[in-house]
Write a protein that binds this ligand. Structure first.
Ligand code: T3D
Length: 264
């Protein structure tokens, strides 16, 4: 695929995107941010892709914004326009991941800091290696949590713990993240990718279109009233009811055999 900062590998319906700047713990520079946008766009368009794994090369998952880049701007007398930068890079990327109508699994192989942690939270399911860790690094460099952190983190772990992580910048272990509900599972370091591939493989045989509707319904419900959520569920159910996979699921149940979903 010709990317400089990420690896893009497709196999058996699963696309694995690997952040690949290991010397910098996969800190995100502008090239990486635009390559990620492009990779997730491809994932959405490619009918063969039915699940995505996001992981990191080396000992880190992603250390957030590349602060070297920011320093270069300071050294040349300029200030970084963070608002504009966020609006053009991280914000559309987070939305693209959330709105991808396919499941995205984070396989967190090491530290996830700042916007790197936001990338983890934007995924649908999160597996982490025992040695992984998580921090809201923003405050440590005098910045406000961004890239959706203020929206996603309290929803995952509650306001008290989110405030603690954001205000102190404290680094938490994978085990603590699991106990707090930030991630779905902790696995031994050397089993992480195998576990992630197994899960993604199950998704590659799941009713993909319907999974897209479930993602939409969950995100919608996060900011709506019960009445609105009920109405939206009815809309999504109507769409699900028109899929081939719904019919196949019904037939398979009645014929007492495993379903063969095509994702359509
Ligand atoms: O508009 C906008 O862009 C605003 C967006 C902001 C979003 C953000 O993400 S702000 C937060 C940015 N990230 C951070 O503040 C985290 C900085 N990194 C760290 O605090 C630590 O590296 C970690 C706690 C993540 C890991 O610590 P440790 O001891 O395991 O590793 P290390 O030795 O600090 O890092 C290893 C190398 O990676 C090192 O390079 P070197 O010395 O071996 O050449 C280090 O400089 C580099 N590195 C780590 N994080 C970054 C980085 N280089 C550039 N940018 C980084 N964020």
């Amino acid at each position: 695929m010709g990317y400089e900062t990420i690896l893009f590998e497709k196999e058996d319906g699963v696309l694995t995107i690997t952040l690949n700047r290991p010397d910098k713990l996969n800190a995100a520079n502008d090239t990486m941010l635009s390559e990620l946008q492009d990779a997730f766009k491809q994932a959405g368009r490619d009918q063969e892709v039915r699940a995505v794994i996001l992981t990191g090369a080396g000992r880190g998952f992603c250390a957030g914004q590349d602060l070297g880049n920011v320093k270069e701007r300071l050294d040349t007398g300029g200030r970084m326009d963070y608002g504009a930068h966020l609006r053009h890079t991280y914000n559309p990327l987070i939305l693209r991941i959330r709105q991808l109508p396919k499941p995205v699994i984070a396989a967190v192989n090491g530290v996830a800091a700042g916007a790197g942690m936001s990338l983890v939270m934007a995924c649908d399911l999160r597996l982490a290696a025992e040695s992984a860790s998580f921090l809201q690094a923003f405050v440590r460099v005098g910045l406000v949590p961004d890239s959706g952190s203020t929206w996603m983190l309290p929803r995952l772990i509650g306001m008290a713990r989110a405030a603690e992580m954001m205000l102190t910048g404290r680094r938490i272990s994978a085990q603590e993240a699991y106990e707090w509900g930030l991630i779905n599972k902790v696995v031994p370091d050397d089993a992480l990718m195998e576990d992630a591939r197994k899960l993604a493989g199950e998704f590659a045989n799941a009713p993909t279109k319907v999974i897209g509707y479930i993602k939409r319904a969950l995100d919608y419900a996060a900011t709506s009233s019960l009445e609105e959520a009920l109405e939206y569920e009815a809309d999504m159910q109507e769409l699900a009811g028109r899929t081939n996979d719904h019919l196949e699921g019904l037939r398979a149940f009645l014929e007492k055999r495993p379903p063969k979903y095509t994702g359509t």
